[in-house]
Write a protein that binds this ligand. Structure first.
Ligand code: PLP
Length: 368
């Protein structure tokens, strides 16, 4: 199957903007893009020049990192841009739809809303695992994109690689399966939740989103990677702005994506996993905690006896966490990102104090 058969016809035939940089031509005297001939300052290097639309060195490095051929790679401003491009290219306003498994990452529905695409929901099982048959049943003909967040934000639930590949195979000819792997580096190495990026050659309808924002500690640099069949990647490249990637961001990413940078990334992930285990144990021992959800990510979703009071107690100590009470089936939950050991201790201290405080008035009410 050609995955472009699922795309909007007008996008398939769209002629993209042709920038001075992409029309190219090599020469020492660059007078084709109305740039300043002088850099802005001594250390401004080549900031006076427009950047490459898809910098070859960065594409090559990311392709190597994710072990895929370079034509499968599209580099954007975070994986949020990949989500937006997919919805715009594949969903016609007022007609097509995306399918989600709520509770999940909010950007999928926002991008669909901006595009005027419908959002269809398939409920996960009570343990937040994916019921493949129910997802397929909900995947009506208008559905062009099925989003699976693995591990899922905000629950932390991992999705076994076998489940994702089963879904990709069953959706072939029907819809693209978009696997958002923003947190995959934090998954337990022996837990069965591994990346599926190596499978895009086998499944032309599989799209994988990776980002430097989480494990690589580069959220401020805004670099995300979309990995897909080369035809899908080429279609989406047509929709990118002429110069999407700022040169300082590309320079920073190339500097950090060294072998030493990769070792540091793995070391950070190992520390996060250690702290995750310690924080889970500490939270589970607290009287105000109902349940700590299993997690494969760098955050923990926690059910509280009274989530509002827990949120306020943390905030009073200056600890800002994410309130999940508006999400379906998480009406008693908060999401806590794993921080440094000292920051995680702040969480436990604030919640232990809350436990003590909730006992004191009860005692005071006892007749003397
Ligand atoms: C943080 C996050 C992203 C990454 O977004 P960027 O735009 O790459 O910073 C993508 N998906 C999910 C589920 C996330 O939580």
């Amino acid at each position: 199957m050609n995955p472009l058969d699922l795309a909007r016809p007008e996008i398939r035939t769209l002629k993209p903007y042709s920038s001075a940089r992409s029309e190219g031509g090599t020469g020492a005297v660059l007078l084709n893009a109305n740039e300043s001939p002088w850099p802005p300052c001594a250390n401004g290097r080549a900031w006076n020049r427009y950047p490459e639309p898809q910098p070859a060195a960065l594409v090559a490095r990311l392709a190597g990192l994710y072990r895929v051929p370079a034509p499968c790679v599209l580099v954007g401003r975070g994986s949020d841009e990949g989500i937006d491009l997919l919805v715009r290219a594949f969903c016609a306003a007022g007609r097509d739809a995306i399918l989600l498994l709520p509770p999940t990452f909010g950007m999928y529905a926002v991008s669909a809303g901006i595009q005027g695409a419908r959002v269809i929901e398939a409920p996960p099982r009570p343990d937040f695992s994916i019921p493949v048959q129910a997802v397929l049943a909900a995947c009506t003909p208008g559905v062009k994109l099925v989003f699976a967040c693995a591990p899922n934000n905000p629950t932390g639930t991992g999705i076994p690689r076998a489940t994702l590949l089963e879904l990709a195979g069953a959706l072939r000819d029907r819809a693209l399966l978009v696997v958002d792997e923003a947190y995959i580096e934090f998954a337990d190495p022996d837990g069965g939740c591994r990346s599926v990026s190596d499978c895009v050659a086998r499944f032309p309808n599989l799209v994988v989103l990776r980002t430097l924002s989480k494990a690589w500690a580069l959220a401020g640099v805004r670099i995300g990677t979309l990995i897909a069949d080369p035809r899908v990647a080429a279609l989406l490249r047509k929709l990118l702005p002429a110069y999407p990637l700022p040169r300082p961001s590309v320079d920073a990413a190339l500097q950090l994506l060294s072998a030493a940078g990769e070792r540091a990334m793995h070391a950070r992930c190992a520390r996060i996993r250690n702290e995750r285990a310690r924080l889970r144990a500490g939270l589970a021992a607290l009287g105000c905690v109902r349940r700590v959800l299993p997690t494969q990510a760098n955050f923990i979703a926690v059910r509280f006896e009274d989530a509002g009071t827990a949120f306020a107690a943390l905030l009073a100590d200056g600890v800002v966490v994410r309130d999940l009470r508006r999400y379906p089936r998480l009406g008693d939950a908060l999401r806590i990102t794993i921080g440094t050991p000292a920051e995680n201790d702040c969480v436990l201290t604030a919640l232990r104090a809350l436990h003590g405080a909730s006992l004191r008035p009860a005692r005071a009410e006892q007749p003397a």
